[in-house]
Design a protein around this ligand. Structure first.
Ligand SMILES: Cc1ncc(COP(=O)(O)O)c(C=O)c1O
Length: 379
């Protein structure tokens, strides 16, 4: 009744947590900023809809938005033009279009473990085999190049990378980016670089793969940077020769991105820098709060996230992350079990800073008490 490709993928473990939550629970499970889009974007969206801009547009996006995006990438590679850009119906759709364009049946794709929930299922939907590479606390969640060398085969088509990372918050140092570029070159792999959190960084800018590798495809989104997750709009930047190919698949997935939302993004970008600075300032303060509370929780260790808005603490008690998250949920705090992001997320929770400071205090108090009990029980 149902195709094998649908049967072999599962509902995301992130979404599952919300289903059993009590209504007054503190929510530290959100993967989206608790801010509104810039006022100019909201105004422009209303205006566009009222002015009748409610029709299909070009499948690769409005030329003026493609141009604006290209402009923002020229400091990384001066030759970047609108021919490198496709406006997508979100980062998620961009990732799907890239997977379906690049991967053939029987191909292998290196994906991070733990890593964002779409990479492995997208590879499977395209008929390829996801091959996880490890990100561990011991290596501060940076890829181990020796391990990558062991995992790569003649069938490997691409490596998916994500910096800043969901769920670990890791930002690759430039040397790591250069090593990964060199690795991809030597093995003739495409680098699919998910950079949706690139502007949400705390200790200095993130290094983009654009301009450092001519085989990189950058997947990006306005969801997080303009706080418009529900508007479903993103983009990708790719080598010119690949753009028409990806655009064909993108057309068959969604025809074109939303016209009024693109007009809203154009208006929002004009005033996004100030809003972005404000959002990052608030996330930075929350990060400090979260790290302080986590460090005082018995049996919990955490690597400070340098980007995105998640902490990914590891716990020492002998329970699964789903059981731990379930017990915390019963006490009134929603977290995301680490193994929703892959087997190496076991013994971890993902905590989102997209909650008020008061909620973070309340949620982390519950977690602290729980951690003390679990650690006491261990002795
Ligand atoms: C790492 C990463 N990539 C891509 C996405 C997709 O974002 P969207 O589809 O809202 O653009 C998310 C959303 O949580 C994410 O965390």
């Amino acid at each position: 009744m149902v195709a094998e490709r649908a049967r072999q993928i599962e509902i995301s473990g992130i979404r599952r947590m919300f289903e059993g939550a009590p209504p007054d629970a503190v929510n530290l499970g959100l993967g989206e900023p608790d801010f509104d889009p810039p006022p100019a974007a909201i105004e422009a969206l209303c205006r566009a809809v009222r002015d009748g801009r409610n029709h299909y547009g070009p499948s690769a996006g409005l030329p003026e938005l493609r141009e604006k995006i290209a402009e923002r990438y020229r400091d990384r590679a001066p030759a970047t033009g609108r021919e490198n850009v496709i406006v997508t119906g979100s980062g998620s759709e961009g990732l799907a279009a890239v997977a379906l364009t690049l991967y053939d049946t029987g191909d292998e794709v290196l994906v991070p473990n733990p890593g964002f929930v779409l990479y492995a299922p997208h590879a499977r939907l395209a008929g390829a085999t996801p091959v996880p590479y490890s990100l561990t606390e011991r290596r501060r969640y940076l890829p181990d190049l020796d391990e990558l060398e062991r995992r790569v085969t003649s069938r490997t088509r691409a490596i998916v990378v994500n910096s800043p990372s969901n769920p670990t918050g890791t930002v690759f140092p430039r040397a790591t980016v250069d090593r990964l570029v060199d690795f991809a070159d030597r093995h003739d792999l495409t680098v699919v670089s998910d950079e949706v959190y690139e502007e949400i960084v705390y200790d200095g800018p993130a290094t983009s793969f654009w301009g450092r590798s001519d085989r990189a495809i950058i997947v990006n989104s306005f969801s997080k940077t303009l706080a418009m997750t529900g508007w479903r709009i993103g983009f990708l930047v790719a080598p010119r020769a690949l753009v028409p190919e990806i655009n064909k698949v993108h057309y068959h997935l969604m025809a074109c991105p939303s016209t009024p939302v693109q007009l809203a993004v154009l208006a929002g970008l004009a005033e996004s820098d100030g809003a972005m600075r404000e959002m990052v300032r608030e996330f930075r303060a929350r990060r400090t709060l979260v790290l302080r509370r986590l460090r005082s929780a018995p049996g919990v260790t955490v690597v400070p996230p340098a980007g995105a808005f998640y902490a990914f603490p590891r716990f020492a008690w002998q329970k699964s992350s789903a059981e731990t998250a379930g017990e915390l949920l019963a006490r009134g705090v929603i977290t995301t079990p680490g193994d929703a992001f892959g087997p190496l997320g076991a013994s971890h929770l993902r905590l989102s800073f997209a909650a008020s400071r008061a909620d973070l205090h309340r949620g982390l108090s519950i977690l602290g008490e729980y951690a003390a009990e679990q650690s006491g029980a261990r002795r």
